[in-house]
Design a binder for this molecule. Structure first.
Ligand code: 26Q
Length: 815
């Protein structure tokens, strides 16, 4: 189907009209912000137009729909990705140029919604884009955090957090739906009563919070499909009838209002680590309950109370355990509000819900104190107790007498509510996010469940939307690909494989290199503009960009650079091709070790900068405030992608895919989706090193990092530099705790639990191989082209098709 697209003339007219009607100004006297808004409103019109075109087809088809519940949706900026998905970015570019409006300025005027921490939230956003592009009916559901993830500033090499007030200038993309407000209840107590001979339950004396929805449209690529991201905002119902004349009451009412509205105030900045905060539990219930209430209402409005077909019309996906409370909430609504039996409600829930696990780190698994749960959500807690009682009965039949195993599998045990067990026990599908991750779920994390219900466990490797991560962020490479193989890959990434033969075409490789160089210049310019840092675009760009965590081992990268520095310092004849090491990473504000690692990286950067010879070969830069918009400029510029987590720890990784799609070579461990990247590109086009997950597992009993310190002089030297004042003469003990953790362990734990020193020599050898190969331009470019050409399987479209075939069973709408 061919869509109506706004012509250049129409865009220009529309834009001028928007400026006049919204701001009463002309192009010449509009502020940058007004210009941005006028462009965004024009694009929004085009999306809504597209939606109307296909509305008739969509209504009343009785199609099944998936609701993707996620505490995070890290969507990034929307303006240019919307232009891409409308397949109209060239007309917009021309219109802006003819009006003399700077594209980069317009793009950077848009606030980035930081409604997520990292991988999990970004994955949800990629999925919504793919769902719309594949014309599958879907809705994303999350919280409208007033403050997203903090903005990171670097002050004297330390991370400083600044609030992210992204909503201050208003949000062009959201459509408020106040008429669809629902109520969510907290606290109170449960009363039983009888009605028509039936035992009923109601909660009294609870605090009511209103959930107000806003919809953000996601338009599919070259499609009229528009799926909504529904974001819920918390509001107190007590705002109009405040007895203002009574000052005491007035203040009290205001306080209550604050307490209710704090629920959607701020995103918790933790990533892969869990804390039992009451407010966090309230956030989870707030958006889960509001979403489930909406889902049930919507179902009733189309099908009436035909509960038997609910699972044929509705799929609810639980993105990690954060929305797991949606399961007992649906039980509650079906039983307490619609009088279904326990058995029927339980059966509907099992057939409706599916769960994705994103971590095997024990410290990241959500376990709530039982009494907190009982007080905050009394009725839901009652239901959970009954679910747990029935579950334990079944487990007792399967594992008679095995108390410890049953306790380990229970929803409630040892005064804790175990959210992952709730999800595994009460859904019809549990999936991991890469092959190795799913294996670990089966063999370790959920082994006892796996032997009971092996068919419930599926592996679906993550994917990323090539529309944002290639077409939008790397237009140079996208045009080059078109010129070689046509543009079919834009709609279907399987066609990118047609690029493989071009790895052997010298003319193509040359152009590929030119695009990469252009992207490095673009990155360098931005770095100069934003941080006043100069980098050499002729140097090799080596990037590690992801949240800061010990298991991701930014520390190993940093120590490796220090070792290289030492070699240069000791041996005047030693040379390597110049390298720029780029770090981008936010640390959770309470994670001291992660924050100290940021300071260490910046201290090493300073040391290198002061060395006359080392500074010619090495440059270390820390990219401030790594976020989606930064990634869009970094990924296309990188040549080496650091994916160096301790094997067995990184569930998948998705940055690894973004880098390789843009032609960077991976240096990595056999962990997460690195294994799939290895399968896709072949051993010649990736640099694998280090312990395997099995070796790590065995190593816990036998590994002694101190032996490495004693026998390896180069490692001994960098370790000593952590505490001898080399890095920070004013505070020689600054990095003492890193030193101590690596050699002696943190408060009673094992030394170096992430095997940094163990893998370091193999890591250095792989880096050396990279330096060697990089000097052979042809060889290197062949590998780089092959990485892009083999990236088809990492398209989110492939991932979503797998979810649909294995779990949701939706039919694409024929628009
Ligand atoms: C939980 C409770 C309280 C506060 C915060 C949290 C919380 C928030 C976010 C816990 C975990 C997260 C995020 C986890 C995450 O991003 N995991 C990553 O998911 C990616 C997508 O599947 C994978 O690629 C990464 O490997 C995995 O680390």
């Amino acid at each position: 189907m061919e869509f109506k697209r706004m012509t250049v003339e129409q865009i220009k007219q529309n834009l001028v009209e928007k400026l006049r009607s919204n701001f009463g100004c002309e192009i010449t006297d509009a502020t940058e912000e007004q210009l941005y808004k006028a462009v965004a409103l024009t694009v929004r019109d085009e999306i809504m137009e597209r939606r109307t075109e296909s509305r008739g087809v969509r209504k009343g088809t009785g199609a099944k729909k998936v609701y993707y519940l996620s505490a995070e949706f890290l969507v990034g900026r929307s303006l240019f990705s919307n232009m891409v998905n409308l397949v109209n970015e060239k007309n917009y570019a021309q219109a802006l140029e003819e009006l003399g409006i700077d594209r980069t300025m317009i793009s950077e005027r848009e606030p980035e919604p930081g409604l997520g921490n990292g991988g999990l939230g970004r994955l949800a956003a990629c999925f919504l884009d793919a769902l719309s592009s594949l014309q599958l009916p879907a809705m994303g559901c999350t919280i409208r955090y007033e403050y997203g993830l903090f903005r990171q500033k670097l002050v004297d090499g330390y991370q400083v957090e600044v609030p992210d007030n992204w909503l201050d200038g208003g949000n062009i993309w959201e459509i408020p739906r106040p008429a669809e407000t629902v109520e969510v209840h907290f606290g109170g107590r449960v009363e039983q009563y009888e009605e028509d001979g039936r035992l009923c339950f109601r909660t009294v004396d609870s605090v009511v919070v209103q959930a107000v929805p806003y919809d953000i449209p996601t338009v599919g690529y070259d499609s009229s499909m528009v799926n909504m991201l529904r974001v819920w905002s918390a509001r107190s119902p007590k705002r109009i009838d405040m007895p203002a004349f009574n000052r005491g009451q007035y203040v009290k009412a205001m306080e209550e209002r604050e307490l209710a509205e704090v629920i959607s105030k701020v995103l918790y900045p933790n990533d892969d680590s869990w804390q039992g905060k009451e407010l966090r539990l309230k956030q989870q219930y707030f958006f889960s309950s509001a979403s489930v209430q909406y889902i049930v209402r919507d179902f009733l409005s189309v099908y009436g109370p035909q509960w038997a077909i609910f699972p044929d019309k509705v799929a609810i996906h639980i993105n990690d355990t954060h929305p797991a409370v949606a399961i007992p909430e649906l039980m509650r609504i079906l039983m307490d509000e619609h009088y279904l039996s326990w058995e029927d409600a339980e059966d509907i829930c099992r057939r409706t819900f599916a769960y994705t696990n994103h971590t095997v780190l024990q410290e990241a698994l959500e376990k709530w104190p039982e009494n907190l749960f009982a007080q905050t959500l009394p009725r839901v807690y009652q239901i959970l107790c009954e679910m747990n009682r029935r579950l334990c009965d079944r487990l007792w039949d399967a594992y008679p007498g095995q108390w410890e195993r049953i306790g380990h599998m229970a929803i409630i045990a040892y005064n804790q509510v175990h959210m992952a067990n709730l999800c595994v026990a009460c859904t019809h599908s549990v999936n991991g996010v890469s092959g190795i991750h799913t294996d670990i779920l089966k063999k370790q994390t959920f082994h006892d469940y796996y032997v009971m219900e092996p068919e419930k466990f599926v592996s679906i490797t993550n994917g990323i939307t090539h529309r944002r991560w290639l077409i939008q962020s790397n237009p140079g490479l996208s045009d080059l690909i078109d010129s070689a193989i046509g543009d079919k890959w834009r709609k279907d990434m399987n066609y990118i494989a047609d690029l493989k033969p071009f790895a052997n075409d010298p003319a193509f490789r040359q152009k590929f290199a030119e695009v990469k160089y252009y992207n490095k210049l673009r990155f360098s310019d931005r770095l100069r503009r934003m941080q006043g840092i100069e980098v050499n675009p002729e140097s090799m760009f080596d990037a590690q960009a992801k949240r800061l965590h010990e298991y991701k081992r930014q520390l190993m990268n940093a120590l490796g650079i220090l070792m290289l520095y030492n070699r240069i310092d000791e041996d005047p004849s030693f040379e390597i091709p110049p390298k720029t090491y780029i770090f981008g990473a936010k640390a959770a504000p309470g994670y001291q070790r992660a924050k100290l690692t940021i300071k260490l990286i910046n201290s090493i950067a300073d040391l290198v900068r002061k060395h006359p010879r080392a500074s010619k070969m090495i440059n270390v830069v820390f990219l401030e405030n790594y976020c989606v918009s930064q990634a869009e400029v970094l990924m296309p510029a990188a040549e080496v992608s650091e994916q160096i987590s301790t094997a067995g720890k990184e569930a998948s990784g998705t940055g690894n895919m973004k880098f390789m799609m843009n032609g960077a070579l991976t240096i990595g461990t056999m962990d997460g989706a690195n294994c799939e990247i290895f399968d896709a590109v072949g051993a010649d086009n990736i640099y694998i090193f280090g312990l395997t997950a099995d070796e790590v597992e065995r190593g816990y009993a036998s590994y002694r990092s101190f032996e490495i310190y004693e026998t390896n002089a180069a490692i001994r030297k960098v370790m000593n530099q952590l505490i001898d004042g080399t890095l920070c003469p004013e505070h020689p003990h600054m990095f003492q705790e890193i030193y101590h953790g690596l050699l002696f362990g943190d408060n009673g734990g094992m030394p170096d639990p992430y095997f940094v020193l163990k893998d370091l020599p193999m890591y250095m050898a792989a880096q050396q191989q990279i330096s060697h190969d990089y000097t052979d331009k042809d060889l290197w470019l062949k590998k780089a082209v092959m990485n892009t050409a083999c990236s088809g399987v990492f398209a989110a479209d492939r991932t979503i098709n797998e979810y649909n075939d294995k779990i949701w069973h939706l039919k694409p709408l024929n628009l």
